[in-house]
Design a protein around this ligand. Structure first.
Ligand SMILES: Nc1ncnc2c1ncn2[C@@H]1O[C@H](COP(=O)(O)OP(=O)(O)OP(=O)(O)O)[C@@H](O)[C@H]1O
Ligand SMILES: [Mg+2]
Length: 327
């Protein structure tokens, strides 16, 4: 990796800590990526990415096919050499502490290849031996990923979802601090997806920081505390759902169920300074700027309309993603 004084990475210099100056209380993030770039010949797959994942966070990478998610993930894992920039895991970089980092990171690749002739048990034992891990822990991880009953079957006979579970088992067997999952729900059935989400939440509760990529917006919305959206190698937006919503200025939908629809509904609403609304049955939907919610609700509830019920719908990741990609 080029060092961080390369002009390509904006002369980034890591702040000094401890006795040498800087803030001695500085928290070391689990993952820090600064100005990371990757060229494949003349093609730039990753462009000046900055990304921080704090300890204990679940962070999701989103983006169309070919956006650069897997390339960035492989750079973070030290499997693809960055053309420029800086990547640190728990304050360590691959140039100096490659082996140490590998002990702290677990990885489920996009496509995992196993030896078809080995059983699940033999496969996991193989990874365990490499990492100096006990038999008891092998049993524990196979149990966690739901493969205990199939552990003596050959992996060649496994369904895609079972292979994915085995991939997860090898990723967590050494209890990594940072777990990186590249499209972990691919190939899982709906129950498998629910189970995987529960596993991710559990590992996270036990202290594992998680970075994952996905095309499934519902999974991302449910699991991730922060989201990074990539497009053509660039990180085009980052933040929590609320932060992304704020950035885009997306409205909140207020849905009001009325007992009766007055003939002069439009006039009444315009009188309350509500100019655009949709009516479906007896439900009025109003797109309301986030900071005007209370004003609109107060106006609607002033007694002129017979309100039965009222709901707020914040924009989901679906509309946030579509809006960001259209910017
Ligand atoms: N080894 C390589 N040599 C040349 N180009 C590559 C290589 N690996 C990836 N690329 C290119 O880099 C770009 C980013 O690919 P990447 O696999 O990182 O995308 P992705 O966001 O993971 O996509 P997907 O959602 O389909 O998995 C693509 O245009 C891809 O063709
Ligand atoms: Mg990918």
């Amino acid at each position: 990796m080029d060092d961080h004084t390369s002009p390509d990475c904006g002369n980034f210099v890591r702040p000094q800590t401890g006795l040498l100056g800087g803030d001695p209380m500085e928290v070391i993030n689990t993952l820090e990526v600064k100005y990371a770039q990757k060229f494949y010949g003349p093609f730039q797959a990753v462009k000046d990415i900055n990304l921080t994942v704090e300890k204990g966070e679940i962070y999701a990478l989103l983006g169309h096919n070919g956006a650069g998610k897997s390339t960035l993930i492989k750079m973070i894992l030290g499997l693809v050499k960055a053309s420029a920039g800086m990547i640190e895991i728990e304050g360590l970089n691959y140039d100096a502490k490659n082996k140490e980092i590998k002990k702290r990171v677990g990885y489920l690749p996009e496509r995992m290849n196993f030896y078809d002739n080995l059983t699940a048990w033999e496969t996991i034992s193989f990874y365990a031996k490499l990492k100096g891990i006990t038999r008891k822990r092998c049993e524990e991880v196979l149990e966690q990923v739901g493969l205990r009953e199939a552990e003596h079957r050959r992996v060649g006979t496994f369904s895609k979802g079972m292979q994915q579970r085995l991939g997860l088992a090898q990723a967590i067997i050494h209890k990594p601090d940072l777990l990186v999952l590249d499209e972990p729900t691919t190939g899982l059935d709906p129950i498998g997806i629910l189970e995987l989400k529960a596993m991710i939440r559990n590992w996270n509760k036990e202290g594992t920081t998680i970075l994952f990529s996905s095309h499934n917006l519902n999974d991302v919305e449910e699991l991730a505390q922060r989201i990074g959206i990539m497009n053509r190698g660039e990180m085009i937006a980052q933040g929590s759902l609320a932060e992304l919503q704020d950035r885009l200025g997306l409205p909140t939908k207020i849905k009001i169920d009325l007992a009766v629809i007055p003939v002069d509904l439009e006039e009444i609403l315009v009188g309350k300074r509500i100019k655009t609304f949709q009516l479906e049955g007896k439900t009025v939907s109003i797109d309301c700027p986030k900071d005007k919610k209370t004003q609109v609700i107060t106006a609607v509830m002033d007694g002129m309309l017979k309100v039965l019920d009222l709901r707020l719908e914040e924009p989901g990741l679906n509309s946030i993603y579509q809006n960001i990609m259209a910017e």
